[in-house]
Design a protein around this ligand. Structure first.
Ligand code: CO
Length: 154
């Protein structure tokens, strides 16, 4: 595995709409593993492929329970609203309040191409929405309120 360079806000790659993954192979799995290693090394809870310069619809999330590799993820249901503080590995030391759906249902392919459905709430639901935004070129700073500098909390 290898640590990858995390692209920072201002890099045009973070504004692009990512293409669906067409081939789930060892190369993609290596990318997912490198993304995971990069995320854990930075103490993040999620990372999207464009954050390491790959314009693919692939995301890795681990909010502390287990690691999810989401390929071509699509949110099919949203319920409720919740506001909480977010940060992003691509926007170091900036935090802001973001309104998200409280619960989401997301369909995706796993790292072996098997279709899965995940029902998420709490931090996991927030993270899914934050990471999927990256796949459409959206950053949390585009929608956050009370954006402020701060120390990393988690
Ligand atoms: Co982010």
């Amino acid at each position: 595995m290898a640590l990858l360079e995390i692209k920072k806000a201002g890099d045009p790659v973070l504004k692009e709409v990512c293409a669906p993954v067409e081939k789930i192979d060892r190369r993609l799995r290596r990318l997912l593993d490198d993304m995971a290693e990069t995320m854990y090394a930075s103490e993040g809870v999620g990372i999207a492929a464009p954050q390491v310069g790959k314009l693919l619809r692939a995301v890795v999330i681990d909010v502390g329970e287990k690691r999810y590799d989401l390929i071509n993820p699509v949110i099919t249901e949203k319920e409720g609203t919740a506001v909480d503080t977010e940060g992003c590995l691509s926007v170091p030391e900036m935090y802001g309040e973001v309104e998200r759906a409280e619960t989401v249902k997301v369909e995706f392919l796993n790292r072996f191409g098997k279709k899965h459905v995940l029902e998420a709430d709490g931090l996991l639901a927030r993270c899914v929405q934050h990471e999927l935004d990256h796949l459409d070129g959206r950053l949390f700073i585009d929608i956050a309120k009370n954006l402020h500098k701060g120390e990393k909390k988690k």
